[in-house]
Unconditional design. Sequence first.
Length: 706
Amino acid sequence: METDKEITPDEFPEKRLPAGEEEFEVRLWVLRLLVPYGAYKQFAGEKEFKDDDLADMLGLGDLLESANDKGFDRQLAIGRLREAWKQAEEQAASRQDAGGKHDRAIRRLGSQIGLTETETDILRFRLTSERDRRLRRTFAMFGPQTLDSIVDILACCLKRTDADIRPGLAPEGTLIASGIIEVQDRKWGFNDTLNLLSCITDEIHLSHDDPLAYFRSRIVRGAPPRLTEANFPHATRDITVLRQFLLTNTVRHCPGVNILIHGVPGSGKTEFVRMLATSLGFDLYEVATERRNGNMLDGNERFRAYRLGQALLGKSNRNILLFDEIEDMFRRDDKDPQTGSNRSGRKGAINKTLESNPLPAFWITNNIHVIDNAFLRRFDYVLELNVPPRSVRGRILDEYLADLPVSEGWKKRMAEHEDLVPAVVERAAKVVGPLKECSSSHEVERALGRVMGNTLEAMGLPREPRNWAPLGEGYRLDVLNADCDMAVVQAGLARHRQGRLCLYGPPGTGKTAFGRHVTEVLDQPLMVRRASDIISPWVGMTERNLARMFRQAQEEEAVLLLDEADSFLRDRQDARQSWEVTEVNEILAQMECYEGIFIASTNLMDSLDAAALRRFDLKIRFDFLRPEQARILFMDMAERLGLDVPKAIEARLAQLDCLTPGDFANVERQTKLRSIASAHELLERLAAECEVKAEGKKRGIGFSSV
């Protein structure tokens, strides 16, 4: 029988591994697949080779030439294959080569990340099959693969038993647990079934002292924090607990430490983790969100990167791993919402990871509602980090706008925006910064407002602060027609910083304005909520929003002002739906344990639940102005407008018995559009305000001209 000719690199036009040990090994593996594994049955057909290029590569090209003259001799071809295989095995047994550069790089990596010898050989074989088309052409003869057939192929090529190979492909083994290789069921070929982490093929030919460098497109070192603990006063208690928790578990080497942080985009969640890691002296690593070419990584690739980070970094107790933007990991499938992440095959892997990961991990999401309760209960600590309180928003504006000509009044107004997150301010400052040299303070403020407003509006949020309604210098407690002394009430609130008030009466009588006045006197933030801010069409969400409202007010030490309180405190005896009862129950429970100042205002006192009324410390009626109070406001306004007030006007003013402070405020705003030339005209405007009210229509209020 004719001996095989030497195979040289020139015979292989496709990209291959360098000549040497790797070249010999690839040829040996192909022959093992063809002969002892039995693929020769598909390779050598009755009339021809299934793959002429592969036959030529194996030194069987002369059989292809003779087949044209004498016909294809299948038995001769199989015999030549067997002879080539035997010679290759003899050479393998006698070779003393320690392996080429490629082989040494893989074994170095295996040692660095703790792979067993078998796992390292599996990785080496899989990396080679990724780069060498001869192996891929051989696999193409086999048809669809199962895990059992994969084990058989590896056992044959690596000269091991099935019992050796199976632990190397076990889920708990380092090779699979790290995500470097992922076994994907119901795939066609060998390479698809043993899915290789793609980034490793680009780096394995390099020699890195740090194993992390092989995967730098998947795991990156955390950036230094730009914010400090002072930027998170609303999370002070959480920071204290988390520090002690992480330090204790680091000393004890406890597995399965996972912390979930959620909240609106741009609220500083990532910066919070970076700040915490730095303050603890830990090294922070982050799961990448995109490849080095800029393309985004999908949820499965990022989860594999997370598992890889755990495998690479878990041996040190001074490391922390950050997994940001985890929505893709947990998002339910719209076609099958009941199964959620089960459809991706990751649910069991995620559960196991959360229970056994060696490295403390922070998981961050903007939307906690995509995460099933089965996952949520496995997190050790769940922290909601939303928009910072007003005082912090003020500091953020000061910090990012320090180089811009912005007035303190403008910053104070914007700090009242309850949805203003640090990221919005930072980007607005970057956009408007170039204008500072050529624009006035007013123009810079308008530009900042526009940039911030556009971003907020795109996020479905209001452009302007909702709670910003300055009372002005003319606000007076003595013109409130309340059934108790409001100055005494204000002093009590200032002393104790606690109280539950129900303010009721006709619109415009000063109920909401009193709440705003209290916040200015007490120098506390004001949190205003209306029915539209809280009511949700989804079952249970209104109750959740009510609970969040009280919690946020408590955390910010704000005065909580609930307008249209009758929407939530309706008499339960009149309820027609079960959710109407649960809403009332929720707000009653929250009121019971709330330790700040809560002011509820309503125009429909008679509709409130009796149990709700008992929970208010004071129930204060605000009524229409008394004649002497109306005269005070009239004279003050006339003086501001520069009007003379005849005595006859005062008598006619007393006839307007349904005037409110709100009417005077409305008329004063009208002067910006229609000036008032006389006290009589001012009186007519006030009368017109009364006439549109139900009380005014009943009385037929009006004056004839003089």
